[in-house]
Design a protein. Sequence first.
Length: 465
Amino acid sequence: MSHAEAVHPLNPAAGATAALVEFVGGLRYGDLTDEVRYYARRHLLDTVGVMIAGAPGEVATRAEAVIASVRGAGKIPVPGRARRADLLDAAFLGGTAAHGIELDDGYRVGSAHCGCVVVPAALSVAYEKNASGSSLIEAMVAGYETAIALARACAPDLRQRGFHPTGAVGPFGAAMAVAKLRGLSAEKIANALGIAASSAAGLFAFVNGGGDIKRLHAGHASREGMQAALLAEHNVEGPPQVIEARDGFMQAFAFGRGGKLRAIALPPAVPFGITDCYIKPSACCRHIQPAVEALSALLDDEKIKPEDITRIDVETYRIAAEHAHTGWDDYASAQLSFPYLIGLAVRFRGVKLEHFSDEVRRNPAFTEIARKLHVSAPVEIDRLYPDLRPARVTVTTARGSVTRQADEALGSRLVPLDDKGLRAKFHGLVEPVLGAARASELSQRLWDIDKAREVRSLIEAAAKT
């Protein structure tokens, strides 16, 4: 049975907030299938690896400097960092780092990044509570499924209205992960949702430049979601039925202009969304990755040299095509730039972190390639999104034109990155920061997280000394 066939949606007007409260409150590790646990372990391993690699990044480092300038260190270790933080700052810094190098996971249908928001908050509270590995997994799943259900219900309207889905649905996911770890009652879970809703934010204006702000969206969402749960724990009330209420979340983010109600679907009516989240092998915007992969394969198979190319046409869906005019003057914008990423495919047949250095970006060859690129969003391609993320690439040379289409990118459930590839990604990210021996030990401990009686020592091992 496909995911689409399994959907039995709940009308938001019939009690979406109550459904989320019931789902989160009733979720138990012991009830999760082996498949759900397996995917949760994969996404924990992947997100911690990206957090560690992203910690030395420019934005995450500046964010820590700002915090250090206004208050002292705390007690919570942050993966990849030496300075400790308080609970809220740990979530903010961890989320900013996890989203800082465009290698974190995401949910395709809702176009939202889940791990960079849920995992930093969950790790921080799990450290404070010295929770077990199974409790951490339980909290992660609660957070992922909450964010996924809301992102799916709002897609693609939320993005088309100019919001960044990660910043909008992320606070709910972080709040629910924290609520599980702190054992909140149903009433307090509902209040945490109500409080988190007022922190939903994040504009997609970074597609026009100033891409650094995108990294902070994840940190903000992780911190604000945690704070919502902590406030609810201390008896602060949030607006009731905040998902479906008049002037509530769904009205503001999904159907405010057209008045159309959207479905909220949760397991067991639908499969667990964490099993359908992608893992990124390339350090770039996921919307552009199918085009990059299709072009790289086409150029290799047809043995086309860069100098042979006279024109490159990319037909894709509208949201991806909107990146066609994003420049590459800075590191963050380059990772979102259609012209620059296509240029990397032409020159290097792929995308690596080192390709975003000042030296590489300033090469005039990218401007020349950009002149040959034409991006469009024909109706027959656009209508395939969000079920697929298609890109049809046509390269023209003096010998004629050749075309290649990719409907999904590597790392999705349709085109999976296997466990060996995931481990290789983790080691490639973590070894430069912690060294090979520590990376190897940490990788195995994360993979065996279900067996851990406590996670405090594991989280300590992920921090710099």
